[in-house]
Design a binder for this molecule. Structure first.
Ligand code: NAP
Length: 321
């Protein structure tokens, strides 16, 4: 019989890629979606007829219980969250409700309705905040520096506590920044690839950015969801860093995007103090030795392939406008 998986955050970047991966693995896929006055199905419209959408909201305990009772999933992937760090400063309470307490509600629902379910929690490198070591490992201390990171740290430790107290198969993937053609427009990677394409097509004349020397550990979302799935196929639950293990600067990202389009970025890109953030004292970069050794996982996309996939996508979309 086909395995059943329930994904929260189906309509988001990762949820859409994970659903596609699970469909190719022969799963029956259920996606939990919250009520909205307008459709948020753009990322899943090409396969929405092959999955079942279940109404539910991380704010509502009974909807989570209903979703689990109705679907009886073998695996649950909790990808839903208020996932935008800057918004967590303007809406800290709501961020805590979704991103922290939402996970408590989900764990409680699993414990009561189907404790044999395997559970994946989307943790974030933001739990490390200003870390005391680089690269970070699964044992690096958490020092979150924004309400989003604090909420993710709570969710991370609740997941581990439920594993220890109730013997749930529950684990956390600590993912670093990951991107794709389905990434939201508010994130800097997308701002750069789209901005370069707009200039190429004559739709814009300049791109204003913050600190070009800032460095990040970037992965492709397709690689990240493959790691999530592998984590739930092991004999015993465990927590893993999911990252590329290397950093690239915003300048490299800009250069790569513009060069791919045959443009010299120096003619178009300016540094705007409004967006400027000082360099991190310690780099956020993940050590991927454990996930490599235990799960034989490593990213398939190089940094350049990731950039080019997004530039290609933006070019196709913007040139059809
Ligand atoms: P995303 O694109 O922002 O998607 C978030 C999803 O959560 C959307 O489907 C959203 O639904 C849903 N959601 C938000 N609040 C909800 C609620 N109260 N109840 C039910 N669903 C709700 O995020 P992503 O990039 O796919 O990231 C997936 C997970 O990984 C998130 O937990 C994120 O915090 C974490 N993470 C992401 C990154 C990254 O670089 N992408 C890095 C580290 C960790 P709507 O469509 O209705 O808004």
């Amino acid at each position: 019989m086909a395995k059943k998986a329930l994904i929260t955050g189906l309509t988001g970047q990762d949820g859409s890629y994970l659903a596609e991966l699970l469909l190719t693995q022969g799963y029956q896929v259920y996606g939990m979606v919250r009520r909205s006055s307008s459709s948020s199905f753009e990322r899943i419209s090409h396969f929405s007829d092959r999955i079942e959408v279940i109404p539910g909201d991380l704010l509502d305990q009974f909807s989570l219980i209903d979703a689990i009772e109705q679907t009886q999933p073998d695996e649950i992937y909790n990808l839903a969250a208020q996932s935008y760090v800057p918004l967590s400063w303007t809406q800290p309470s709501l961020t805590a409700e979704y991103t922290a307490l939402g996970v408590s509600r989900l764990l409680e629902a699993i414990r009561r309705c189907k404790p044999s379910t395997r559970f994946y929690q989307a943790s974030s490198s933001e739990v490390f905040g200003q870390p005391d070591e680089s690269p970070q490992t699964e044992r690096t201390a958490f020092r979150p520096r924004n309400p989003y990171g604090v909420a993710k740290a709570y969710a991370h430790w609740m997941t581990i506590n439920y594993r220890q107290k109730y013997d749930l198969y529950a684990c956390c993937g600590i993912t670093y920044t990951h991107e794709s053609p389905r990434r939201g427009a508010e994130f800097v990677f997308r701002k750069i690839t789209r901005g370069a394409v707009q200039i190429k097509l004559g739709l814009a004349t300049e791109l204003r950015l913050g600190n070009l020397e800032a460095r990040r550990d970037w992965c492709h979302a397709e690689d990240v969801v493959a790691a999530m799935w592998l984590m739930l196929q092991q004999d015993a639950p465990d927590d893993y860093i999911i990252a590329s293990g290397e950093t690239h600067s915003v300048r490299e990202l800009v250069d790569c995007s513009f060069s791919y389009l045959g443009l010299d970025y120096q003619k178009y890109v300016s540094v705007d103090p409004e967006f400027y953030r000082p360099d991190e004292e310690v780099q956020l970069v993940g050590a991927i030795d454990k996930i490599r050794a235990d799960l034989n996982w490593r990213p398939k996309y190089s940094f350049q392939q990731l950039v080019e996939s997004m530039v290609d996508y933006d070019f196709k979309v913007l040139s059809e406008l």
